[in-house]
Ligand binder design. Structure first.
Ligand code: ATP
Ligand code: MG
Length: 359
């Protein structure tokens, strides 16, 4: 493809914090960034050159938005596939395309696809109704996590089953929707790989961060992961393989459970920039947001070499009302401009540089 010229217009579907950080990175490269979001006053809209506030199925607004953009990308994996198709029908390319979204929007399709690529996941069984739970539990060793197939994030739409009583209530706890039951994994840690792929197939990965979750929500990502290089390399190779299999353009994240013996089980992927990559702008040569914009613009990808040891700490709920006085000299604060702190809501993050890279 012909690279976009500086001054061209890039549209983002979705108005959350990921869109906000993408819009800032795009503006730095000289692009005009436009946001399309059903939410009024969105975090991304407040830093962009223009915003469209309309529903995902508003064909007229989408056509207008497409017309205003040279290329469109997304910050939210649950943008309806029909929305992507509408923008493309108006003649504007969407990167990544709908293939990456279609697969990642349904946990059953997603895990099946990963396994087909030789990227092993935890064992899982489809659960289409409460009556399927007993048999699925028996197959998976008596314990597991029931997860809705669609629209789960930050641990929402999930219910643990460790007892007969929990099995009884699990279907109601996830809101009674088509689901999968996944075997409970006793992992030593969790890591993720952020990978970027350009339209020419050039693919780069960053060092995998070790991710600590609290109540199903990412709390801290740290680099280096402390794992042997061979495990990190295997995870990076798997993420590259996935990006290629999807013909993905842009950034993508693949999450893993690391077992005691070092075996990797893929958990899920997100076809977009990712919370566990928020340390990359401050601690590596090229950050994930700039890289994503480079990829969708058809520009050469930047080097992903890690320069610092670092820790990214999510500010969730009230913690987002951070006092600037608490910031250390090597901390970078990013706030998402959300007007109201609610429990479990991601308000911002701090990247703490812990010194030059040692390995
Ligand atoms: P996010 O959007 O934050 O990535 P999500 O709602 O899509 O989360 P998952 O990534 O599937 O959900 O699960 C969130 C976390 O719950 C995982 O990172 C892990 O810590 C824990 N978890 C999920 N599935 C399992 C499992 N099968 N065994 C053990 N722990 C699990
Ligand atoms: Mg996850």
């Amino acid at each position: 493809m012909t690279p976009l010229r500086p001054g061209a217009t890039i549209g983002i579907l979705g108005g959350g914090q990921l869109g906000r950080m993408l819009a800032c990175a795009g503006a730095q490269l000289g692009f005009d960034m436009l946001i399309y979001s059903p939410e009024e006053n969105s975090p991304a809209g407040r830093v962009a050159a223009g915003t469209w506030c309309a529903a995902w199925d508003n064909g007229e607004a989408l056509a207008e938005f497409a017309e205003a953009c040279d290329v469109v990308t997304l910050e939210f994996e649950n943008v309806p596939v029909l929305t992507i198709d509408t923008v493309e029908a108006a003649g504007t390319p969407v990167r990544p395309g709908s293939a990456s979204l279609k697969i990642s929007q349904d946990r059953y399709t997603e895990k099946t696809f990963l396994n087909e690529q030789g990227i092993t996941t935890a064992p899982f069984e489809p659960v289409d109704g409460p009556g399927d739970i007993t048999a699925a539990l028996a197959t998976l060793g008596g314990k597991g996590v029931l997860k809705t197939r669609r629209e789960g994030y930050d641990g929402k739409g999930q219910a643990w089953i460790r007892s007969a009583e929990e099995a009884e209530t699990a279907w109601d706890r996830i809101g009674g929707a088509p689901a999968i039951l996944e075997a409970a994994i006793a992992f030593q840690c969790e890591i993720s790989v952020i990978v970027a792929r350009g339209p020419d197939g050039d693919t780069r990965t960053w060092a995998p961060p070790r991710n600590l979750h609290k109540d199903g929500i990412l709390a801290v990502s740290s680099v280096p992961s402390g794992l042997p290089k061979a495990i990190e390399d295997e995870a990076r190779a798997k993420a590259m393989k996935l990006a290629e299999a999807l013909d993905h353009v842009g950034v993508l994240a693949l999450e893993f459970f690391v077992l005691q013996d070092g075996m990797l089980l893929a958990n899920e992927f997100a076809p977009r920039v990712h919370n566990s990559g928020h340390w990359t702008p401050e601690a590596s040569q090229t950050g994930q947001f700039e890289q994503h914009i480079r990829a969708v613009a058809g520009w050469p990808l930047g080097d992903t070499h890690r320069l610092h040891d670092a820790e990214m700490i999510n500010l969730i709920g009230e913690a987002g009302l951070v006092s600037p006085a608490s910031l250390g000299p090597h901390d970078t604060l990013t706030l998402y401009g959300k007007r109201e702190a609610r429990p479990g809501r991601k308000m911002g993050h701090i990247t703490r540089r812990l010194g030059p890279r040692k390995d």
